[in-house]
Ligand binder design. Structure first.
Ligand code: GTP
Ligand code: MG
Length: 370
């Protein structure tokens, strides 16, 4: 491979070759002025000196959470919306998703309570929608906050026989904080005592005035159990998603967030990931939080093995050396060596952070040490 050399790159970005060599040395690679660099190394150097690299992935050795990813406009294509379902405990979030997916997750839940974020993709009239199901129990505030951060649209489910409850309010707060469009689904309208108009009044007090009352929030009356109004709800989502004009670049290395991490007895660390940009492929070197490895097995939400997963796809992967934490970011890399290096650096930084040695380690800090 005869890519750009250290000397050439240094010249392009107005740095001395010694500085470039130093950065690479800190990243664990010994080079000379005549060594040629691979794409990732070039990107790391550019990033370090404040240059943007278009089209290719941009990586940082430690804080890839903070990196703004720049895509070439020409590479952007439409992507499915990520829709998070939120609301008070037992108001029917999982039942709604079950109806949409024709599955029966709610029935199998321990105590009838959702305890983690579920991620699913469904096709509605030929268009994909990714759904995140969140728990409504008061103990799971952090998960709701995470769900709201990952999403393009929030559905607030309110049971018509119960009305606005503490976690309904909390969910609205998360959605407003995330600044995403909100659709309200008034559920259980099949039940006696269901009073959708009262719910609209209560929700208006939270700032979600219905369209028909002169506000700008869309309301759907549904029964998740009986399947009433679901088609209208899905059509509403399609319209809201189209207005949002969501785009991503499937050509880049995958980037996204951890929905859930767990240790499986037989398979080792298992991570549920939401690919937010790029395409993740089986075999890709990957860093997930402070864990790293190669994507060994990749399953879709129906348990089917996938070779690749584009933007907005939820997947379950194995092959990591450690269990990542929900909310962690992940990034795929070109080479396993780089993934290992970035993963190890992040692990080290985290260990030091845990020990209180330093709150965050940057390359600057590293420089100051030598
Ligand atoms: P958490 O995830 O624990 O917050 O609950 P959830 O919002 O997911 O509620 P879930 O879907 O588990 O439903 C709670 C109960 O309400 C179950 O017994 C459902 O069968 C029932 N339920 C859900 N939707 C409807 C509906 O439209 N009508 C009626 N009658 N019952 C419903
Ligand atoms: Mg649930």
């Amino acid at each position: 491979e005869d890519g750009i050399t250290v000397g050439e790159l240094a010249e392009m970005i107005g740095q001395t070759p010694a500085n470039v060599i130093k950065v690479l040395f800190m990243l664990g690679t010994m080079v000379t002025i005549n060594s040629s660099l691979n794409d990732e190394q070039v990107e790391l150097i550019c990033l370090e000196y404040g240059y943007e690299v278009k089209k290719k992935v941009i990586v940082s050795e430690i804080n890839f959470e903070d990196i703004e990813i720049i895509d070439d406009e020409a590479d952007l294509v439409g992507r499915p919306p990520v829709v998070t379902i939120m609301g008070h405990v037992d108001h029917g979030k999982t039942t709604l998703l079950d109806y949409i997916r024709k599955s029966r997750v709610a029935e199998g839940e321990f105590g009838g309570i959702t305890q983690h974020i579920g991620a699913y993709q469904v096709e509605v009239n030929g268009k994909k929608i990714t759904f995140l199901d969140t728990p409504g129990h008061e103990a799971f505030t952090a998960m709701r906050a995470r769900g709201a951060q990952l999403t393009d649209i929030v559905i607030i489910v309110v049971a018509a026989d119960d009305g606005v409850m503490p976690q309904t309010k909390e969910a609205v707060d998360h959605a407003l904080a995330a600044g995403v469009p909100i659709v309200v689904a008034i559920n259980k309208i099949d039940k006696e005592g269901a009073d959708p108009e009262r719910i609209k009044g209560e929700m208006s007090e939270l700032g979600l005035m219905p369209e028909e009352w002169g506000g700008d929030t869309v309301y759907c009356n549904i029964s998740a159990k009986k399947g009433i109004g679901i088609q209208e709800l899905l059509e509403t989502l399609t319209v809201v998603a189209e207005l949002a004009d969501l785009k991503a670049n499937p050509k880049r290395y995958a980037y996204g967030s951890v929905v859930e991490g767990r240790l499986d007895k037989g398979r080792g660390p298992v991570a549920t990931l939401l690919v937010q940009n790029g395409t993740l492929r089986a075999g890709d070197p990957i860093v997930v939080g402070t864990a790293f490895g190669r994507v060994r097995q990749m399953l879709g939400d129906h348990g089917k093995e996938l070779k690749e997963a584009g933007p907005s796809t939820p997947v379950e992967i194995t092959g990591l050396n450690d269990v990542p934490v929900a909310g962690d970011k992940f990034m795929a890399f070109e080479t396993e060596k780089m993934a290992r290096h970035v993963g190890e650096e992040r692990q080290k930084a985290k260990q030091e952070q845990d020990r209180g040695v330093s709150s965050a380690m940057s390359l600057d800090d590293l420089f100051n040490q030598i």
